[in-house]
Design a protein around this ligand. Sequence first.
Ligand SMILES: [Zn+2]
Ligand SMILES: [Zn+2]
Length: 240
Amino acid sequence: MTHEEILWKILEVFRKCDVRSFPINCFELLKHYGYECQEYSELEPNKQEVCYQVSEDAFRLQDKVYYNDNAKFCRRRFSLMHELGHIVLNHQAPYTQKNEQEANFFAGNILAPRMAIHYARCKNPNDVAELFRLTYEAASYAFDDYRRWRRKAIYRMTAYDKAMYQHFYDDKEKCFVWSVRKCQRCHATLYNTTKTICNVCKIYRKPGMDYMIFPVTFLPPKQRSDFLVAEQSWLYGDDL
Ligand SMILES: [Zn+2]
Ligand SMILES: [Zn+2]
């Protein structure tokens, strides 16, 4: 399978599972494909031993993906998406070395698509690691690969690039959306930001006190629209 074919398979997963935001939810994706996840540490000691013999990270047996929950968070995510790779790419055990490489390529790209790295304006591997919840090693690889992608994409967007853009383009926001989340205080929807609190809630925070809940809708209409304009420029800058 070529890298491009694997990338199309990833987009298929995004479409099927309606993935609109990063970091992705690995458990949900596996569940969508009919797989429950089982932590090693929940098994009897003798079974755990067998698991470690099979893999330090994760493996699949019937309709379960067993994974080492003692591994670090980001490494676990990579292992789970590696297993999803084997599933989506229809690999049959025993896996060949090529299968393993393909599953790794799948995992690295589904966790941090190069186009999403671009629109999230990652400046270095650290940004990628933080935003997409990747290990530093995987993030470095993804960032280098992203730079190669960008050099080509500047001249020509492939059919795949266009399809990816289309999937993540939000008609209302009128941009490529790589993150959708709720403000932890007022539950307003926040696009393309790593913040957990919206700007309104931030403004109405008193020093030394907890955040006050003061959503946009409580403001009079004039202030509300002024605010939204300001918010747009804070969140996205003027050039997007
Ligand atoms: Zn594997
Ligand atoms: Zn808020």
